[in-house]
Write a protein that binds this ligand. Sequence first.
Ligand code: XCC
Ligand code: SF4
Length: 626
Amino acid sequence: MTEKKKLNIDECSIWDDARQMLTKAEQDGVETVWHRLQQQSPHCQFGESGVCCRNCTMGPCRISKKAPLGVCGADADVIVARNFGRFVAGGSAGHSDHGRDCIEALHAVAHGETADYTIKDEAKLLRIAAELGIATEGRQVLDVARDLAAEFFENYGTTKNELSFICRVPEVRRKLWDKLGITPRGMDREIAEMMHRTHMGCDNDAANTMLHAARTCLADGWAGSMIATEISDILFGTPVPRRATVNLGVLREDQVNILVHGHNPIVTEKILEAANDPELIALAKEKGAAGINLVGLCCTGNELMMRHGIPMAGNHLMTELAIITGAAEVIVVDYQCIMPSLVQVGDCYHTKMVTTADKARFTGAEHVKFEMHNGGAQARRVVRMAIERYSLRDPARVRIPCEPVEIVTGFSNEALLEALGGSLTPLIDAIKAGRVRGAVGIVGCNNPKYKHDFCNVNLAKELIRRDILVIATGCVTTAAGKAGLLVPEAIEQAGQGLKEICGALAIPPVIHMGSCVDNSRILQLCGMLADELGVDISDLPVAASSPEWYSEKAAAIGTYAVASGIYTHLGHPPNITGSKIVTDLALSGLDELVGACFVIEPDPFKAAALIDKRITEKRQGLGLSA
Ligand code: XCC
Ligand code: SF4
C-alpha cells in the first residue's frame, strides 16, 4: 500500500477560515479537492500539453518524438488547436445555455405562462428593446418583452447571422472581425461548427481552428453571457451598490442555513423569496431555530449579493469547506462549477444536496426540478426540507470559524455611471490626467494548484497600488472581499491618484461587478469607453486577468477578451504548450491580428508589472503620460 502524503494545510490557502476547515476535514475524515489533487499528481504530460487526441477510434493518439503524427496523420499543432477549440466551445456552451434559460424565462413571463416570475426592471427592458430597434412607443411592457425574447432567441440560430449586441462593439473592431472572418453569427451555430470542424478530417489548419475558437468565444461574450446578464437585470432588478458580508462567518449557528451554489438566479431568486416567507420562518422557529439564513457560493452567490446583499460564504475552493462547518442543512445547486464530491461531503454531515436542473443531476442528491411554472412551489419545498433537517444537525460537529467581513457590491454599469454622476466623463478625465492609469478586470476561479486566493488578492492589491482601478467578477470577488478590498476604506491601500478619485466618488478601488456572465458588463463598458474616446478597445489602457482560473468557461472568457482587443493575463496556460504554432499565436501572433494577446505569469507581482507595462504603452499610444 502506498502511504498517503500529508497535506500541508498552511500552503493550501491564504485564509484562516479555509485552513481551520481543512484541519476539521482531516479530523472528521473528509476528503477535499486538495487531497484529491495530491492523488492525481503528477498530471499526464500528454494531456497537460494538449497533444492527446481521442477524437476517433483509430486512436486515441498521443504525440511524442517517437510518434509525431496521429494515426490519421494529424500533427501536434492540429491536435492542440482542436482540443483547445472544443475546450472553449464547452465553456461558451455553459454561459450561453445559461443565457438561453434566461430567455426562456423572459419568454414565459411575456406570454403569461408563469406567475412565478415578473419583470422587475421595466425601464431596463424598454431601454434595451429600444437599443435593439424594437418599437416601444405606446406599447404594453409585455408586448415589448415578447419581441425582445424573440429577438434574443434569434441570437442562437442561423437565420439572423448577426448578434443583437454587435451594436455595442466599436465600429473599427467590427470591421476588423469582418476582415478576419470572425464576426460571430448564431451562438449555437459557432459551437456546433466548432464540434464539426474538430471532427476527424475537417479543419486541419491550426491557425484556422484557433480563429474559429475566437469567433465562438466572441459569441459567448457578446451574446450568450450578455443576454444572461441583461435578462437577469430585467427579471430580477439591475444591481445598485449595497453592503454585504463575506466568508464562512456568514453561516449562523442558531439558524437554518441554506447554501446556494451554481449560476442562474432563476433558481436562487425563488429560494430567497421562500426563505423570507413568514410562514416558513415561523416553522423554522417552531423547530427551535432563530430563523432561516440563506447564503451564497460562487457565481449564483454573486448574483444574489449584487441584487439583494445576500451574504457570500465563499468561492470555488470554499464549497466543500462550507459543508464541513457542519452547519449547512441543504446545499441547493443548479449548474456549473459544482464539485461532484459535495454529495459525499454532505453525507459526512447532515447536509442534503438538492439539484434543480435536469441537465445537472448528481447521483445521491435529491432532485427537485425547477420549471418556469413551479419555481415558487419548488423553492418552498426545498426550504421546508432544510427546516426539517435542522434537528438532524449535530451541534458537537458544528464549527463556524470566523467573523464575516464587510464589502460593498452592486456595481452594474448603470450603478457605476450613476456613481460617476451620469456619464463616463469623470472617469475619462481621471484616466487622461493619469490619476486612474487604467483598469483591469480580475475574473474567474480558484484552482487547488495555487495557494488559494494568493494570486487573486495580491494581483488586485498590486494593481491598485499602481493607480490601476480593478473590477472583480466571479470567484475573485470573494477573494477581494475577504481581503478587505471591496470597501471604500480600501483606498488607503491604493496609489495617490486612485485614492483621490475613488475617495471623491465614494467607491472602493476594487469594484464588485458580479458573476462570470457579468464579464459582459465589462465588455460593454470597454465598448462605451472606446466609443467615447473615438478609438478601438485595443487602444484603451485596460487589461483582463484570471490568475487562478480552472474552467472551460474561464478560457472562453479569456479568449473573447483577447478577441475583443483586451490584453489578458492568465496564471497558467491552457493545455496548448505542445504546439508551437498555437502557443505563439496566443502569446504574440494574436497581438498582430486582433491587437491583444495572452500573457502567462504565475507570480502575481510579476504579473502586475507586466500588466502595468502594457497599460503604460497604451497610455502613451493615446498621447497620455505614462
Ligand atoms: Fe466557476 Fe462562476 Fe470560475 Fe468561480 S469563477 S470557479 S467558472 S463559479 Ni466564474
Ligand atoms: Fe488519432 Fe487522428 Fe483519431 Fe485523433 S483523429 S484519435 S489523431 S487518428
